[in-house]
Ligand binder design. Structure first.
Ligand code: MG
Length: 296
């Protein structure tokens, strides 16, 4: 039976733009409940200035709470040397770094062109890898940019090749604003997989236009077996106006189990986590599966 690794991103990507601040203790509880539901890889936070992102303050505290759980992978987002120092000090074993396939988006959200971003990531990835960390390198705007519109596949392939060459262990193709459709998702994965081994690729889709699961299915057909999702479909994007949330983990798990694929996740338990965190954020439960199972 095929096994799919789901990377749960709600505690970081999901919460980082929420107007409601979730305390480190509640984020620890969220991660604990996600782990109990069977998730083995959970984005735990980020080391960026709390002035810029108060939602992620206390990420060190969150990591410390799981210090004795080496079987849990808890990637944290970093963007600077200082962030890497903090991640190392907190005992992080997995980091996420971000680049973008669109120059305009890169300049606005990452403070530099694509080329500058690569040069900034070179020493960061090098140091992290030398310290034994596992590095996920995310490529934003892989299927479209809020400023430039559609992005050439070759631009994504070149960036993936550069990041892979710098030593990133995994390249994450992210449709940041959720404009992709399955044919394009398939073509993108196929093109990048000619350069980066498919086992080192992962995908991150948003549901803005309702294409999230269809895009994931297309990526699975190309051999992708690592997929991001956020419980309750949490998350949006500050730099992408109107972008809807991440694909809901419970919708993804329902589809994967229906396909006979193994995830190690207990769907009923996961839906309870989705309902709990959504209520905590004063949001309605937005996932299809969450609503259906709770109504049943
Ligand atoms: Mg996202």
């Amino acid at each position: 039976m095929d096994q799919v690794s789901i990377v749960e991103v709600a505690p970081r990507d999901g919460l980082q733009h929420e107007p409601v601040l979730v305390s480190p203790l509640d984020r620890i509880a969220l991660i604990e409940r996600l782990a109990e539901a069977g998730l083995a890889a959970i984005e735990a936070g980020s080391f960026v200035s709390p002035k810029v992102m108060p939602q992620m303050a206390g990420t060190g505290e969150v990591l410390h709470a799981f210090a004795g759980r080496p079987q849990l992978r808890l990637p944290v987002l970093i963007a600077t040397e200082k962030g890497l120092d903090q991640a190392l000090a907190a005992g992080a074993r997995d980091i996420v770094v971000a680049a973008a396939a669109s120059d305009s988006y890169s300049r606005r959200s990452l403070n530099g062109s694509i080329a500058e971003a690569i040069e900034r990531l070179r020493p960061l990835i090098g140091r992290a890898a030398a310290a034994g960390m596992r590095v996920r390198a995310s490529i934003s705007c892989a299927l479209g940019c809020p400023y430039e519109g559609s992005i050439a596949v070759s631009q994504v392939v070149d960036l993936a090749e550069a990041l892979h060459g710098l030593g990133a262990h995994e390249i994450l193709l992210a449709d940041t604003i959720g404009v992709g459709t399955p044919g394009r998702a398939k073509a993108l994965v196929r093109a990048v997989a000619t350069i980066v081994p498919i086992g080192r690729l992962a995908v991150h889709f948003h549901d803005t236009y309702g294409q999230g699961l269809a895009n994931i299915y297309a990526a699975l057909e190309e051999g992708i077996r690592t997929v991001d999702a956020a419980v309750g479909g949490l998350g949006c994007c500050t730099f992408a106006k109107g972008a809807a949330g991440n694909v809901a983990t419970e919708d993804l798990v329902y589809m994967l189990h229906g396909l006979g694929m193994k995830t190690g996740i207990n769907l009923e338990q996961l839906v309870e986590v989705a309902a709990w965190i959504s209520a905590d954020l004063n949001r309605p439960l937005s996932s299809h599966v969450g609503r259906a199972l709770r109504a049943a």
